[in-house]
Unconditional design. Structure first.
Length: 285
Protein backbone atom coordinates (compact mmCIF):
# COMPACT_ATOMS: atom_id res chain seq x y z
CA UNK A 1 0.00 0.00 0.00
CA UNK A 2 1.27 3.49 -0.84
CA UNK A 3 2.23 5.81 1.99
CA UNK A 4 -0.73 7.48 3.72
CA UNK A 5 -0.34 11.18 4.55
CA UNK A 6 -2.29 12.93 7.30
CA UNK A 7 -3.14 16.02 5.24
CA UNK A 8 -4.96 13.89 2.64
CA UNK A 9 -7.68 13.01 5.17
CA UNK A 10 -8.84 16.64 5.23
CA UNK A 11 -8.94 17.18 1.46
CA UNK A 12 -12.72 17.35 1.20
CA UNK A 13 -14.68 17.31 -2.03
CA UNK A 14 -17.15 20.18 -2.39
CA UNK A 15 -20.50 18.81 -3.56
CA UNK A 16 -22.32 22.14 -3.46
CA UNK A 17 -22.55 25.18 -1.17
CA UNK A 18 -22.16 24.00 2.43
CA UNK A 19 -21.96 20.33 1.46
CA UNK A 20 -18.68 18.37 1.44
CA UNK A 21 -17.57 14.75 1.15
CA UNK A 22 -14.62 13.19 2.98
CA UNK A 23 -13.03 9.83 2.28
CA UNK A 24 -12.72 7.34 5.15
CA UNK A 25 -9.78 5.50 6.63
CA UNK A 26 -10.34 1.98 7.97
CA UNK A 27 -8.20 1.73 11.11
CA UNK A 28 -9.23 -1.85 11.81
CA UNK A 29 -11.69 -0.96 14.59
CA UNK A 30 -15.29 -2.14 14.82
CA UNK A 31 -16.50 1.18 13.43
CA UNK A 32 -15.28 4.41 11.86
CA UNK A 33 -12.62 6.10 14.01
CA UNK A 34 -14.19 9.04 15.82
CA UNK A 35 -11.15 11.24 15.27
CA UNK A 36 -11.80 11.16 11.55
CA UNK A 37 -15.20 12.83 11.77
CA UNK A 38 -13.88 15.29 14.37
CA UNK A 39 -11.12 16.46 12.03
CA UNK A 40 -13.14 16.36 8.82
CA UNK A 41 -16.15 18.15 10.33
CA UNK A 42 -13.88 20.94 11.57
CA UNK A 43 -12.21 21.14 8.15
CA UNK A 44 -15.65 21.37 6.51
CA UNK A 45 -16.75 24.16 8.86
CA UNK A 46 -13.56 26.09 8.07
CA UNK A 47 -14.50 26.13 4.38
CA UNK A 48 -17.50 28.35 5.17
CA UNK A 49 -15.73 30.82 7.49
CA UNK A 50 -14.12 34.10 6.45
CA UNK A 51 -10.34 34.05 6.17
CA UNK A 52 -8.58 35.08 9.37
CA UNK A 53 -11.10 33.55 11.78
CA UNK A 54 -9.70 30.68 13.82
CA UNK A 55 -11.57 27.91 15.63
CA UNK A 56 -11.41 28.30 19.40
CA UNK A 57 -13.80 25.50 20.40
CA UNK A 58 -16.12 22.76 19.23
CA UNK A 59 -18.65 20.50 20.91
CA UNK A 60 -19.79 17.24 19.34
CA UNK A 61 -22.09 14.25 19.79
CA UNK A 62 -21.61 10.83 18.21
CA UNK A 63 -25.07 9.50 17.36
CA UNK A 64 -24.47 6.31 15.34
CA UNK A 65 -21.43 4.15 14.52
CA UNK A 66 -19.91 5.14 11.20
CA UNK A 67 -18.88 2.74 8.42
CA UNK A 68 -15.16 2.95 7.65
CA UNK A 69 -15.79 1.47 4.19
CA UNK A 70 -17.86 4.46 3.07
CA UNK A 71 -17.23 8.21 2.66
CA UNK A 72 -18.87 10.74 4.97
CA UNK A 73 -20.91 13.75 3.82
CA UNK A 74 -20.71 16.95 5.90
CA UNK A 75 -23.60 19.42 5.85
CA UNK A 76 -22.47 22.79 7.23
CA UNK A 77 -25.05 25.29 8.52
CA UNK A 78 -24.05 28.94 8.94
CA UNK A 79 -25.52 29.78 12.35
CA UNK A 80 -24.05 33.26 12.84
CA UNK A 81 -21.35 35.61 11.60
CA UNK A 82 -20.71 38.44 14.04
CA UNK A 83 -18.01 41.11 14.16
CA UNK A 84 -15.63 38.89 16.12
CA UNK A 85 -17.15 35.41 16.24
CA UNK A 86 -18.67 32.94 13.79
CA UNK A 87 -20.68 29.82 14.66
CA UNK A 88 -21.23 26.74 12.53
CA UNK A 89 -23.25 23.56 12.95
CA UNK A 90 -22.09 20.46 11.07
CA UNK A 91 -23.97 17.22 10.42
CA UNK A 92 -22.00 14.12 9.40
CA UNK A 93 -24.13 11.85 7.21
CA UNK A 94 -23.83 8.26 5.99
CA UNK A 95 -26.57 6.35 4.17
CA UNK A 96 -28.91 9.28 4.72
CA UNK A 97 -28.56 9.10 8.52
CA UNK A 98 -26.98 11.65 10.87
CA UNK A 99 -24.13 9.87 12.62
CA UNK A 100 -22.56 12.94 14.30
CA UNK A 101 -23.19 16.60 15.15
CA UNK A 102 -20.69 19.39 15.75
CA UNK A 103 -21.13 22.98 16.83
CA UNK A 104 -17.94 24.99 16.26
CA UNK A 105 -17.06 28.58 17.11
CA UNK A 106 -14.45 30.76 15.36
CA UNK A 107 -12.89 34.06 16.42
CA UNK A 108 -10.77 36.81 14.95
CA UNK A 109 -7.57 36.65 17.06
CA UNK A 110 -7.21 39.56 19.48
CA UNK A 111 -5.11 40.60 22.47
CA UNK A 112 -6.51 39.94 25.95
CA UNK A 113 -5.74 39.07 29.57
CA UNK A 114 -3.65 35.91 29.72
CA UNK A 115 -2.64 33.37 32.37
CA UNK A 116 -1.80 29.68 32.56
CA UNK A 117 -2.35 27.72 35.74
CA UNK A 118 -1.83 24.27 34.16
CA UNK A 119 1.58 22.69 34.63
CA UNK A 120 3.12 20.37 32.06
CA UNK A 121 3.80 16.91 33.58
CA UNK A 122 7.41 15.78 33.86
CA UNK A 123 7.82 12.82 31.50
CA UNK A 124 10.60 11.36 29.35
CA UNK A 125 11.36 13.30 26.15
CA UNK A 126 9.71 11.97 22.97
CA UNK A 127 13.10 10.83 21.64
CA UNK A 128 13.33 8.52 24.67
CA UNK A 129 9.89 6.93 24.13
CA UNK A 130 9.31 4.09 21.66
CA UNK A 131 6.82 4.86 18.87
CA UNK A 132 3.55 2.97 19.34
CA UNK A 133 3.76 1.75 15.76
CA UNK A 134 7.00 -0.10 16.60
CA UNK A 135 5.11 -2.10 19.25
CA UNK A 136 2.40 -3.02 16.76
CA UNK A 137 4.92 -4.00 14.10
CA UNK A 138 6.83 -6.15 16.60
CA UNK A 139 3.57 -7.93 17.50
CA UNK A 140 2.17 -8.04 13.98
CA UNK A 141 1.47 -11.79 14.02
CA UNK A 142 -0.56 -11.47 17.24
CA UNK A 143 -2.85 -8.80 15.78
CA UNK A 144 -6.27 -9.47 14.28
CA UNK A 145 -6.29 -9.51 10.49
CA UNK A 146 -8.34 -6.26 10.14
CA UNK A 147 -5.75 -4.45 12.26
CA UNK A 148 -2.90 -5.96 10.26
CA UNK A 149 -4.48 -4.71 7.01
CA UNK A 150 -5.07 -1.25 8.50
CA UNK A 151 -1.65 -0.76 10.06
CA UNK A 152 -0.49 1.75 7.45
CA UNK A 153 -3.37 4.07 8.42
CA UNK A 154 -1.98 4.27 11.97
CA UNK A 155 1.34 5.68 10.76
CA UNK A 156 0.47 9.29 9.71
CA UNK A 157 0.53 10.44 13.35
CA UNK A 158 3.66 9.53 15.30
CA UNK A 159 2.21 8.56 18.69
CA UNK A 160 4.48 7.59 21.57
CA UNK A 161 2.85 6.36 24.77
CA UNK A 162 4.86 6.90 27.95
CA UNK A 163 5.20 3.58 29.81
CA UNK A 164 3.48 1.83 26.92
CA UNK A 165 4.40 -1.68 28.08
CA UNK A 166 2.29 -1.12 31.19
CA UNK A 167 -0.51 0.59 29.25
CA UNK A 168 -1.06 -2.40 26.95
CA UNK A 169 -1.59 -4.83 29.84
CA UNK A 170 -4.95 -5.46 31.47
CA UNK A 171 -3.85 -4.58 35.00
CA UNK A 172 -5.41 -2.12 37.41
CA UNK A 173 -3.60 1.21 37.48
CA UNK A 174 -4.30 4.91 37.92
CA UNK A 175 -6.55 6.50 35.25
CA UNK A 176 -3.74 8.67 33.89
CA UNK A 177 -1.92 8.45 30.55
CA UNK A 178 0.68 10.56 28.75
CA UNK A 179 1.45 10.40 25.05
CA UNK A 180 3.64 12.41 22.71
CA UNK A 181 2.26 13.08 19.23
CA UNK A 182 3.14 14.88 16.01
CA UNK A 183 2.52 14.50 12.29
CA UNK A 184 4.89 12.06 10.63
CA UNK A 185 4.91 14.13 7.42
CA UNK A 186 5.34 17.90 7.26
CA UNK A 187 2.03 19.79 7.31
CA UNK A 188 1.45 23.21 5.78
CA UNK A 189 1.14 26.03 8.30
CA UNK A 190 -2.61 26.79 7.92
CA UNK A 191 -4.46 26.86 11.24
CA UNK A 192 -7.36 24.93 9.73
CA UNK A 193 -5.14 21.97 8.76
CA UNK A 194 -3.20 21.80 12.02
CA UNK A 195 -6.32 22.09 14.16
CA UNK A 196 -8.11 19.41 12.12
CA UNK A 197 -5.07 17.15 12.48
CA UNK A 198 -4.97 17.69 16.24
CA UNK A 199 -8.71 17.05 16.53
CA UNK A 200 -8.16 13.75 14.68
CA UNK A 201 -5.27 12.73 16.93
CA UNK A 202 -7.05 13.81 20.14
CA UNK A 203 -9.28 10.73 19.99
CA UNK A 204 -6.38 8.26 20.12
CA UNK A 205 -6.15 6.30 23.43
CA UNK A 206 -8.49 8.83 25.07
CA UNK A 207 -11.59 7.07 26.38
CA UNK A 208 -9.63 3.90 27.15
CA UNK A 209 -7.90 5.83 29.96
CA UNK A 210 -11.15 5.28 31.90
CA UNK A 211 -10.61 1.52 31.70
CA UNK A 212 -7.29 1.56 33.56
CA UNK A 213 -8.64 1.47 37.15
CA UNK A 214 -10.74 -1.57 36.19
CA UNK A 215 -7.95 -3.69 34.70
CA UNK A 216 -9.83 -4.18 31.44
CA UNK A 217 -8.08 -4.16 28.07
CA UNK A 218 -9.69 -2.26 25.21
CA UNK A 219 -9.44 -5.50 23.19
CA UNK A 220 -11.60 -7.44 25.70
CA UNK A 221 -14.31 -9.13 23.63
CA UNK A 222 -16.91 -8.65 26.39
CA UNK A 223 -16.37 -4.88 26.36
CA UNK A 224 -18.54 -2.37 24.52
CA UNK A 225 -16.85 1.03 24.36
CA UNK A 226 -17.87 4.02 22.24
CA UNK A 227 -17.59 7.80 22.34
CA UNK A 228 -20.76 9.71 23.24
CA UNK A 229 -19.49 13.29 23.10
CA UNK A 230 -16.20 15.12 22.61
CA UNK A 231 -15.34 18.77 23.19
CA UNK A 232 -12.17 20.69 22.42
CA UNK A 233 -10.84 24.18 23.11
CA UNK A 234 -7.87 25.71 21.28
CA UNK A 235 -5.86 28.15 23.41
CA UNK A 236 -2.77 28.82 21.28
CA UNK A 237 -1.75 28.25 17.65
CA UNK A 238 -1.33 24.55 16.87
CA UNK A 239 1.75 23.17 15.13
CA UNK A 240 1.43 19.44 14.51
CA UNK A 241 4.92 19.36 13.00
CA UNK A 242 6.32 19.70 16.53
CA UNK A 243 5.90 17.36 19.48
CA UNK A 244 2.85 17.87 21.70
CA UNK A 245 2.33 16.12 25.02
CA UNK A 246 -1.20 14.83 25.57
CA UNK A 247 -1.85 14.49 29.32
CA UNK A 248 -5.06 12.54 29.99
CA UNK A 249 -6.90 11.57 33.14
CA UNK A 250 -10.28 10.09 33.97
CA UNK A 251 -11.83 11.64 37.10
CA UNK A 252 -14.91 9.37 37.13
CA UNK A 253 -16.66 6.36 35.67
CA UNK A 254 -20.09 4.97 36.48
CA UNK A 255 -23.53 4.29 35.02
CA UNK A 256 -21.79 2.45 32.14
CA UNK A 257 -20.01 5.69 31.20
CA UNK A 258 -16.53 7.07 31.65
CA UNK A 259 -15.34 10.66 31.40
CA UNK A 260 -11.84 11.79 30.47
CA UNK A 261 -10.15 15.17 30.25
CA UNK A 262 -7.00 16.06 28.40
CA UNK A 263 -4.46 18.86 28.18
CA UNK A 264 -2.09 19.35 25.24
CA UNK A 265 1.24 21.06 25.86
CA UNK A 266 3.99 22.06 23.45
CA UNK A 267 7.60 21.36 24.41
CA UNK A 268 7.90 24.86 25.89
CA UNK A 269 5.28 23.87 28.47
CA UNK A 270 2.58 26.09 26.97
CA UNK A 271 -0.99 24.80 27.09
CA UNK A 272 -2.11 24.58 23.47
CA UNK A 273 -5.53 22.89 23.77
CA UNK A 274 -7.91 21.17 26.21
CA UNK A 275 -10.29 18.28 25.61
CA UNK A 276 -13.17 16.48 27.35
CA UNK A 277 -14.91 13.28 26.34
CA UNK A 278 -17.58 10.99 27.74
CA UNK A 279 -18.18 7.51 26.42
CA UNK A 280 -19.98 4.24 26.87
CA UNK A 281 -18.12 1.57 28.87
CA UNK A 282 -20.26 -1.56 29.17
CA UNK A 283 -19.35 -5.15 30.02
CA UNK A 284 -21.44 -7.84 28.33
CA UNK A 285 -21.66 -11.17 30.21
Amino acid sequence: MSEVKLASLFELEKIEAGLFRGQSWDLGFRALFGGQVLGQALAAAYKTVAEGRVAHSFHTYFLLPGDAQKPVVYDVEIVRDGRSFSARRVKAIQDGKNIFYMTASFQLPEEGMQHQHAEMPVVPAPEEVQPDIAFYEANFEKMAKPMQEALSYHKPVDIRTVDAANSYQAVKRAPVRYIWMRSRDALASQASLNQAALAYASDYHFLSTSLQPHGIAVTDKSLRIATIDHAMWFHRPVNMNEWLLYAMESPFSGNARGIVKGQLFNQQGELVASTMQEGLMRKID
